[in-house]
Ligand binder design. Structure first.
Ligand code: C2E
Ligand code: MG
Ligand code: MG
Length: 695
């Protein structure tokens, strides 16, 4: 066999992708090595020839192999080794040693596994950290694969589900799942839920599970996504039992009085609200009794607080004992109790009050001390006197205080008296503000009808408000309050905007119909009122003549110069101006001409007496005459009868509005009326009627 030249070895070795060298079997000396070997061993490749092959990769296995090879053993060696590189690195490699066919040389190939080993170590560290994290959470964690097989769980999981250690050791999914199923109180629901979650692999869900042992678990599950694909699920279970119990206790404490165990004010308030809702629905009534012990302070002071508390407990028991099962006794605080009697009319409330007076007045003995207690009771009726505990209790307390003032030990039912205006105003004012932000205001439109031909020639926008508590509130009630508080400015803004939008809508549908809007004096005096009006019209794209502002005479009598400037500006803008409720104010006739008012509206107080009432008829004729002289149009409001309409037509009035034709209608109904109302044939000309043209 010819000798293989070292250069031939070198060429072959250089072609290998891994570190490799060839060594003589007899000397164990390297005869050729490639550059990769130099790199792996940390020495320049040229110095390797001549080196001791066993020294380059020294392990007991290597030593044994060299030994065996030198005596003719030809079996190769493959295993992982750690090689100490010359520069101090420890290199993990898989090494193979093999006798070459010449029988005199061996080939060593080392494949560097260092990065692989490092990655493995990092993975192990991560796993250890994850395991530690899992074990340290207070939640039970379970991981399943896409088929529902369990791949991991922590100790807490086993604890929460009360899984016995021997179950876990069996490492059998079915056993664990079966144990879980047997632990829940609703196995069917649990199974269904598991199935649904399996069928929607991407779903994130949270729910509660009740266990048969009474514990409540919160279950959160989210998909386990690897490489963008859902590979399974992670489930976490948190034991909520203690937290829920604590919450329940807090709730219980917050709704009950600790001394007597009776419901407290808060829970009574809830019950009153329910009673009010029931009463509203069924048209029934209920009563609230406020019971205040007479001279309780003396008992407290003479017997001490501890005995005082016992007395309160005794009283609570006695009152409770004389009530019907459906009545609710609550402690409001101190020596005050309340009873909600539902359903109840005044007679039922009285009879309850008498029973309470009677049981409280029974002689009492506490710790050997004998005495007689009395109480004073005030009664308020719901929902007529209030729908909330605060309101009813206030009324009942007023009545109760009246009982105390007139000698105690009795009861009194609150009489709804005219409460201070201030209070009602405050309530209305508050409710109005809520109404505006909650969008409870609406506009209705009352047709204005031509007395010439019966056609609809305009609409007056009238504000409507339904309050959830008070029901439909009339503007005659709330507008004065809004004027008082200044809130009318905000309401007026809303009305104006809404009316202009409505005018735009109708205009767009071919109804060029002026809408009259009531403007309060305060609103009219706002510095930017005119700009506001022109801005709204411009934005909505409404011709200004389709807006009419109904002003009251009070606008004209205060700050006349300012009013004049403003009215001129509005007139220039092209909006129409009219005076509402004409005749009730003080406007001087001479002024009207200067004010560029186009139309007068005869107040309905003058219309109501027509045609019989001489004085009303006289006033109406005078207004019509004057308007004629000034070249103004006249509309009469509040026309309810045909006779009134006829009178106005005969006297040359131009338009009317009133229930005779229609009340204020919602926009939709108004529009239907508009479409239906075909103009009637012109009325027979009346000799006295004069056509007025504005000059
Ligand atoms: P007003 O401007 O004089 O409005 C006419 C009132 O007479 C309206 O009452 C209307 O519903 C009622 N009415 C119409 N036809 C008849 C009828 O044939 N017979 C009778 N008896 N009454 C009739 P409403 O809507 O209750 O308004 C009352 C007042 O509230 C209004 O009197 C007006 O001063 C004020 N108001 C209504 N809406 C607004 C508003 O948007 N802004 C301002 N500032 N005030 C408003
Ligand atoms: Mg009006
Ligand atoms: Mg009016």
């Amino acid at each position: 066999m010819s000798e293989t030249p070292v250069t031939a070895w070198s060429a072959l070795l250089d072609a290998l992708p891994h570190a490799a060298w060839v060594a003589a079997l007899d000397t164990q000396r390297v005869v050729a090595a490639n550059a990769a070997a130099g790199g792996l061993l940390g020495r320049p490749a040229p110095v390797l020839p001549g080196a001791d092959a066993l020294a380059l990769c020294a392990s007991p296995e290597d030593a044994a192999w060299w030994q065996a090879a030198s005596v003719g053993d030809r079996s190769p060696l493959h295993s992982d080794v750690v090689v100490a590189a010359a520069d101090g690195r420890l290199v993990h490699a898989s090494r193979s040693l093999k006798v070459l066919p010449d029988g005199r040389h061996a080939l060593a190939v080392l494949c560097d596994r260092s990065s692989e080993v490092r990655a493995e170590e990092a993975r192990e560290t991560l796993m250890a950290e994850l395991q530690a994290t899992l074990e340290s959470t207070a939640d039970g964690i379970l991981v399943t694969d896409a088929t529902g097989r369990i791949t991991a769980f922590n100790r807490r999981f086993a604890e929460i589900w009360s899984l016995a250690p021997e179950l876990l050791q069996q490492d059998d999914d079915l056993v664990i799942q079966d144990a879980m199923l047997r632990a829940v109180s609703d196995a069917l629901a649990f199974q269904t839920r598991q199935r649904v979650l399996r069928e929607t692999p991407g779903a994130v869900a949270t729910d509660r599970i009740e266990l048969l042992n009474g514990r409540v678990l919160e279950r959160v599950t989210r998909p386990l996504v690897r490489g963008g694909r859902t590979q399974g699920r992670v489930w976490s279970f948190r034991d909520l039992t203690e937290r829920l119990a604590a919450e329940e206790k807090i709730e219980e404490l917050s709704l009950h009085d600790t001394l007597t165990g009776l419901p407290n004010r808060r829970s009574l308030a809830d019950r009153v609200a329910v009673a009010a809702a029931d009463a509203r629905r069924d048209g029934g009534a209920f009563a609230l009794l406020v019971i205040d012990l007479d001279r309780f302070r003396q008992i407290n002071d003479s017997l001490g607080h501890e005995l005082g508390d016992r007395v309160l407990q005794t009283v609570a028991e006695r009152i409770q004992g004389c009530l019907r099962a459906d009545d609710l006794l609550a402690r409001l605080g101190g020596d005050q109790f309340a009873v909600l009697v539902q359903p109840a009319d005044a007679a039922a409330a009285e009879s309850t009050a008498r029973r309470v007076l009677n049981v409280v007045a029974q002689p009492t003995t506490v710790d050997g001390a004998a005495f007689t207690l009395t109480c004073s009771i005030g009664v308020a009726m719901g929902p007529s006197q209030g729908a909330r505990l605060d309101d009813l209790a206030r009324h009942a307390e007023t009545a109760m205080r009246a009982v105390k003032a007139s000698g105690r030990a009795h009861f009194r039912v609150h009489q709804a008296r005219a409460e201070g205006d201030r209070r009602r105003h405050m309530k209305l004012d508050h409710a109005m503000r809520q109404a505006l932000v909650s969008g409870r205001f609406r506009l209705h439109y009352q047709p204005q009808v031509s007395l010439d031909d019966g056609s609809i020639v305009g609409a007056e926008a009238l504000l409507r408000w339904r309050d959830p508590e008070m029901g439909e509130v009339s503007p005659a009630q709330f507008i004065p309050v809004a004027e008082d508080s200044g809130f009318i400015v905000h309401i007026g803004e809303w009305v104006l905007g809404q009316a202009v939008r409505q005018a735009a809508l109708w205009h767009g549908r071919g109804h060029a119909l002026p809408i009259a809007v009531n403007v309060s004096a305060l609103q009219f005096r706002q510095p930017h009122f005119v700009d506001r009006v022109s801005g709204l019209l411009a934005v909505a794209g409404v011709p200004p003549r389709l807006l009419e502002l109904e002003l009251t005479e009070s606008v004209l009598v205060h700050d006349v110069d300012e009013a004049l400037t403003r009215l001129h500006a509005l007139d220039k803008l092209g909006v129409q101006l009219s005076i509402d409720d004409f005749g009730t104010g003080y406007s001087s006739l001479a002024y009207l001409k200067r004010f560029r008012i186009g139309k007068l509206k005869i107040d309905r107080s003058f219309v109501s007496g027509l045609p019989a009432d001489e004085s009303d008829a006289g006033i109406v004729r005078a207004i019509l005459q004057m308007a004629r002289a000034l070249g103004m149009r006249v509309i009469a409001e509040g026309v309810e009868t045909e006779a009134q309409r006829q009178f106005l037509q005969d006297e040359g009035c131009h338009e009317f509005q009133g229930w005779l034709y229609a009340p204020a209608l919602d926009a939709l109904s108004f529009e239907q009326r508009l479409v239906q109302a075909a103009p009637a044939p012109p009325a027979a000309p009346s000799g006295r009627r004069i056509r007025l043209v504005r000059n």
